[in-house]
Design a protein around this ligand. Structure first.
Ligand code: SAM
Length: 211
């Protein structure tokens, strides 16, 4: 495991995989609805990389939409659960153990990449930039990516808690403008943003297109 991975506070162990697969149904449905909204703006795409796929929630949904999906993750436990759940749901998707910072695919290998619920786990801007660079590199046309809003109620409360109690903040928000600027460096333009209040909802989802 390389150094950069240890900067991520995101867990890849079996227990985390299990708890993700048992995520509250309502929350799961809301997140899948966000993906449906985003992917309505991702046109004529066949191959999709789901990075990281976790237990395959989005991979399964994407496969159900007729996409050819490769899900990657660092966690073996998550990957085997993803394979199991995909089989149970009768969908075909392939799952591979890969590090998102060093993807083995050639430039533009996938029509689109989804990066859901990962960026905010990386504290350093340099790591966030590396993550964005790598997913842009393997995507010929689109990237769909989530971020945590710096002005959401939850983010503001976390900042206040840090000031008052010194308790570490474990999620690293970025603004929409910062994300747009990062993608512009790789030739990607914003084409859609799932409409959600920045104050009420921490999780935000953006669609970028090359060119
Ligand atoms: C919060 S989960 C989100 C998974 C999935 N996108 C979802 O929404 O269900 C984050 C996942 O990132 C994976 N992960 C963390 N660092 C990674 C890396 N460097 N490369 C690939 N996967 C990584 C973890 O194993 C974990 O399954």
């Amino acid at each position: 495991m390389t150094d950069q991975i240890s900067y991520a506070r995101v867990k890849s162990d079996e227990q985390s995989a299990l708890s993700y697969s048992q995520r509250k149904q309502e929350k799961h449905q809301q997140e899948m609805a966000m993906l449906a909204d985003a992917f309505a703006h991702v046109k004529d795409v066949h191959t999709v990389l789901d990075a990281p796929c976790g237990v395959g929630r989005a991979s399964i949904w994407l496969a159900q939409q007729g996409k050819q999906v490769v899900g990657i993750d660092l966690g073996e436990a998550a990957l085997s659960l993803a394979r199991e759940l995909a089989e149970k749901d009768g969908v075909s998707a392939s799952f591979e153990r890969q590090n998102i910072f060093e993807l083995p695919y050639e430039d533009g290998h996938f029509d689109a990449t989804l990066c859901f619920r990962l960026l905010h786990h990386f504290e350093s801007e340099a790591l966030q930039q590396r993550l964005i660079a790598e997913i842009c590199r393997v995507s010929s046309r689109y990237v769909v990516i989530s971020r945590i809003s710096p002005t959401s109620f939850t983010s503001l409360r976390r900042r206040l808690r840090k000031v008052l109690s010194g308790k570490d903040i474990k999620q690293y928000p970025v603004s929409g403008a910062q994300l747009d600027a990062a993608f512009a460096q790789h030739g990607f333009k914003p084409v859609h943003r799932v409409a959600r209040s920045e104050f009420l909802h921490s999780l935000q989802l953006h669609v970028y297109r090359r060119g």
